[in-house]
Design a binder for this molecule. Sequence first.
Ligand SMILES: CC(C)(COP(=O)(O)OP(=O)(O)OC[C@H]1O[C@@H](n2cnc3c(N)ncnc32)[C@H](O)[C@@H]1OP(=O)(O)O)[C@@H](O)C(=O)NCCC(=O)NCCS
Length: 491
Amino acid sequence: MGRSLESAASDNTLSVRDNRTGKTYTIPIEDNSISATAFKAISAPKAKGEREENETEKGLRVQDKGFLNTAVLRSKITYIDGDAGILRYRGYPIEQLALQSSHLETAYLLIYGSLPTSAQYKVFQGEVMHHSVVHADAEQFFRSFRYDAHPMAILTSALAYLGSYYSEANPSLQGQNLFTKGDAASLAIIDKQIFRLIGKATTLAAMAYRVRQGRDFVTPPTGLSYTGSFLYQMDHLGETDYKPNPVLEKALDVLFLIHADHELNASATTVLQTGSSLVDPYSAVAAGCASLYGPLHGGANEAVIRMLISIGRPGNVPAFIEAVKKREKVLSGFGHRVYKTSDPRSFIVRKMADEVFEVTGKDELLETAMALHEAAMKDEYFVKRKLAPNVDFWSGLIYRAMGFPLDFFPVLFAVPRVVGWLAHWRQMMLQDGGVKIWRPRQIYVGAPKRDYVTMEQRVPVEGLRETPSAVAHSGISKRTMLASFKGKAKL
Ligand SMILES: CC(C)(COP(=O)(O)OP(=O)(O)OC[C@H]1O[C@@H](n2cnc3c(N)ncnc32)[C@H](O)[C@@H]1OP(=O)(O)O)[C@@H](O)C(=O)NCCC(=O)NCCS
């Protein structure tokens, strides 16, 4: 990207003929990609009757609703081949990492680019665990949520709240190049926020859990692994010898590792989009957390269990599949924007499910999940559309077997994903040429220029979408309205 049209190499170029003008343009191809801005040079005179908002004379625009084929940056972090079902972190296959690495070691790999030596890992682990404690005032913040608040709403808010403690890490206060200078001091500020965010992610998540259970908060322990500390903070109830079950601690660690990054998914993109304004990383990560909350992304593991509960017995699977094919239902946990075969993480999770069930006992929904999986994998509808299980299809069953509440599942996805978000954020802050604010274009199809009309002269516009909806008011305001004296009764 970035080379001018004139200097295009003759052998690695794309020739485009604009049939409106008869002109031919040569566009450079670099890394099997073309620059969208190169198309801006392709302009034509405005056709007769054409809308001025098309801006035809200003050059061709590239449309890509939902970013189906648009690369927004160059990255060295994660590679996915969706057709072959390949996922690699910094070149290492996910299967090897899941088997041999740990979540924190993989975090180092994702953020800094190589596997750490023992000394490097010790420092990194020490920093992350050291930064797990939050200010005591955070207790009040967590207590301010209503008893039934969704933990993702709490976590998203808590991540933004966290940023309010670190004015030294706020470019709005310290200068906009705080994170982009690339010198040792700037890198140290970046890395300190990374330690803090990874370290405190488990603490905030555990607090969101405990506040809903009506339990006091627990100070992060020392001497436990990342997931061991997380389980401790959630489950410790004052026992003197409390230790998380090592099988479950390890299983959660592998789940964390395989959820740590997935290149430019919706939430990572949100973090980068938000971070591109050079806002502090706490705000950017909170924005990513909000994006992950959606049922098409991190909310899918929760949706899978709700779907399995609604199906009930394996015998009900065929009717459910038919409903999906009629588009009355969605098969949550199937399909992926990138994978057109089984998500490689789903095999790791499926295998681990059996290890967890050895400890917890089998989940009653497992049989239904297996029947659903089998039916979908051989059904023409799913085969034709290349819909296969993604990581969420099985992970929810493990979380459920481990006793996590259903609405906590997306939190178990968000906590490890903090690592990936920060790896991408750090990479962007340090990228060649500095940070460019992410500001996509649109194709304006709205009203052409028109003049303001006074209220008396307006012709009413009706329609459900064109006018504000009529909304029901809550009982209390209805009762208040009924009980309000309107001046008509005889006294
Ligand atoms: C992940 C997802 C959002 C990807 O969306 P996408 O890349 O935009 O794919 P599309 O929605 O264009 O799907 C292509 C086709 O498969 C169908 N499809 C995709 N996922 C489906 C699902 N889970 N159940 C039923 N049909 C599905 C679409 O209806 C579409 O059919 P059509 O071409 O006849 O209209 C989508 O597969 C989905 O909603 N899956 C369920 C939610 C989920 O598990 N998310 C977690 C992802 S890790």
